[in-house]
Design a protein around this ligand. Sequence first.
Ligand code: NDP
Length: 248
Amino acid sequence: MKLKGKRALITGGNSGIGLATAQLFIQEGAHVAITGRDQATLEEAESKLGARARAYRTDVSDSTARKEFFVQLQKDFGHLDIVFANAGIGGATLVGSSDEALFESVLRTNVTGAYFTVESAVPLLRDGASIIFNGSIAGSLGRPGYAAYAASKAGVRAMARCLAAELSSRNIRVNVVSPGVITTPIWDRSFTPEQIIQIEKRARELSPLGRVGHVDEVAKAVLFLASEDSSYVQAIEMFVDGGIMGTP
Ligand code: NDP
């Protein structure tokens, strides 16, 4: 067991990549706190994950909620060994018809929310802890109609490098996992079913592996970055994208 006795926080742990990672962490012996905004899926995830999981309803983009959550988390968990800042949203921002409020909410959730989650967690972190941000290939490749999202994920990568430099003195490692096209509910929230079929088709064409990815494949990369197996890995961006050669 790679995470026996470790305590982990996974934001957005009630769905998609976050939920798959929570499952894997628990299999590997960790206690896991998951967060999200949707009470029903949080309860469902908590019962699926079993006794070593605890679900908390909180919004990473709401500073008051975040502060209250960390007070509760400290009471329940005491300390943390791993933070997976995974919660994120998409949102189209086409030139000529961009919605400024949507643009700002993407940055607020994906950048500000992720940053302050990690900052709030630092006092709870034991020396030698591991922080993993969820980035995206969009942060490097861009994507038409996705300026806010791409900017947010490039921001995540930049933040990770800053935090790695700040926290290395405590042997805290900060890395980024950057998935390619992974089938999760985020696509349903952002695109029509026809658009999703097109994106997945393009992703298969652009990927040397000829397929889209699965949440478990991202979770395994997060486990590597969270565990001692990556003890000398600092400030990297690990792509889990099947070697994709462009933007789908
Ligand atoms: P999901 O939509 O399944 O998961 C997103 C998670 O984030 C949900 O658990 C959601 O919970 C949570 N979340 C969103 N906004 C907030 C918020 N304000 N406060 C707290 N929780 C929030 O999609 P994925 O699993 O695909 O996404 C996870 C991460 O992976 C994201 O950061 C995404 O950008 C990244 N990613 C995904 C890719 C893919 O192809 N799927 C590719 C590249 C990166 P709730 O709705 O209950 O709040």
